[in-house]
Design a protein around this ligand. Sequence first.
Ligand SMILES: [Zn+2]
Length: 270
Amino acid sequence: MNEFQQLFDRQLATWELARSNYAALAQVKMKTFDVDGHTCKVQFNPARIVSSAAKVDAQSIRERACFLCAANRPAEQRGIPFNGRYEILVNPYPIFPRHLTVPAVEHTPQRCADRIEDMLDLAKLLDEYVIFYNGPKCGASAPDHFHFQAGSKGFLPVESDRTFPNTIRIESEYAQEVVAQFRQIYRSLPVPAGEAEPMLNILAWFERGKWTVCVFPRKKHRPACYFAEGEANLLISPASVDMGGVFITPLEKDFQKITAADIAAIWKEI
Ligand SMILES: [Zn+2]
């Protein structure tokens, strides 16, 4: 058993919030759609309301205690150091059967430009996981504290679908080549006024000696349906997981009514 599996077992044995949320995850409802020839899943996950409805405007962020800073974490949470600059933690609000959060030790903003090498290192270390990055206006619920996340492999449709929509896919056995291609894409994307980086989500994993990195350029943080009143409302705040083919609906009404056409429309819009 590797040390990450041991971390899970220990945390689930001693931390009630994590234990109950992972137990609840085993019961969540999923459904599958065909979206223009691509498999896409929808997960009804009530515990994720904390992320989907997170207030990420500057004032709300200033006024809350940062939940990724070591001083403010739950007393039961334990971590494994990574690269001297990060900690690997169990995420107590899971989407994946195994879901980790990997915050920087330092309280520093969510920016990917100088972190892509670290992301590749992490993908190699956690080779049973897909690593992901949500930009500060692209699904990160702590835009003020840098963090990656990681979720069990074999869960996201994009992993096995090489023509998945909206995806720029980089594959190489050489880390330097992946980094060079990533930088080229990064530089080609517009940086919105007032923002520090292009809007994007990134997924990365390591398999049989080779990295795969999927970049999803974005133009919108949340789709119009997120803000709509009445029947048109869908509380969906897309991040890497949704871009990779698993839409998260924290509310059952949305899980019931969402259609393949809604998914296609949200992807197109954002
Ligand atoms: Zn922090």
